[in-house]
Design a protein around this ligand. Sequence first.
Ligand SMILES: NC(=O)c1ccc[n+]([C@@H]2O[C@H](COP(=O)([O-])OP(=O)(O)OC[C@H]3O[C@@H](n4cnc5c(N)ncnc54)[C@H](OP(=O)(O)O)[C@@H]3O)[C@@H](O)[C@H]2O)c1
Length: 329
Amino acid sequence: MARVWYLSERPGERLTADIFELKQVEEPPLNNGEVRVKNAWLSVDPFMRRLLGAECVGMTGVSVDAPMFGSAIGEVVESKATVLAVGTPVLHGLGWRDSSVLPSSACTNLAGTTVPLQRYLGHLGIAGQTAYFGLLSVGEAKSGEVLFVSAAGGAVGCLVVQIAKIKGLTVIASAGGAVKCAAVAELGADVVIDYKAPGTLRSKIAIAAPAGIDIYFDNVGGAHLDAAIHGAKPGARFVLCGMIGGYGGDDVLALPDPMRMVLKRLTLRGFSAPEFNSRHAEFHADVLHWMQTAQLQCPETIVDGLEEVPNAFCRLFDGGNFGKMLVRL
Ligand SMILES: NC(=O)c1ccc[n+]([C@@H]2O[C@H](COP(=O)([O-])OP(=O)(O)OC[C@H]3O[C@@H](n4cnc5c(N)ncnc54)[C@H](OP(=O)(O)O)[C@@H]3O)[C@@H](O)[C@H]2O)c1
């Protein structure tokens, strides 16, 4: 038997853990080419919130009474695939459960890795690929420029801050609360804005970057995006990575003064990390090197137990993580 999280109802305005149900399900015998994986690490990620709604634009959503899924790392415990022997550590996309049956072709073999396996759900996984290519390829970041990055204490943001410092940029970061802001400053950010403290984001950015910002890496949308538009230099580049501030509904994403984007001749580009899959080796080599030479810290928030997966997921939207949020089984 496997224990699997299911979506039992659609979320309301506020995401709560009780919309998920943990079920015991019979595990199928293996077909040729398949493996059974005992999961050790599960990832929870903000984009999943959008998959839970009735209307899920641009992605395949999760139906009510359907099993959840997500990135996971585990060990092959049974194999009918010649390429993956029992005992091999693998990365796959059938998480939110303690055991997964899937084709070997849907697994990435992690044997021989020299870093803790869970890094492949964070710095060496999608969060890392997003930060690396978002900043360097989409944002075309250059030494001497001024970067503003929001949700800087999240999995992507922590890495954006640190890569930008390695590349010689001035980094203005935003995060919620004094404790998290201090932790982001420890990562090297030159100025950290507490967006939850009194005062407007527009005025805080104007003080932090009086000459304006060259690049905005947007993880949040809404008021953050509006403030970045106000604080941008003419011709600034905006990397549209995600808009977690609006994942519960699009209302808060409305911009009060969008014409300013025209007048400032801004370039805004949305992107999706998998569009850079063909350049994965370049990203992996650089980030691994920075990790091994202690140029990158890898903050993680670790929660223990399969029962805690929905709570860990909900905490992403309350700022309950610093760095990558992981569930350890
Ligand atoms: N384009 C892509 O391919 C791609 C890939 C991965 C992720 N993303 C996007 O990148 C963004 C960051 O993802 P992540 O995995 O780094 O996130 P994460 O580790 O889950 O961190 C989320 C953080 O966002 C902050 N946050 C939550 N709600 C907020 C709000 N309403 N206003 C301001 N901040 C809020 C919280 O920190 P505070 O305590 O500071 O509030 C929270 O800790 C998300 O928008 C995600 O969808 C995009």
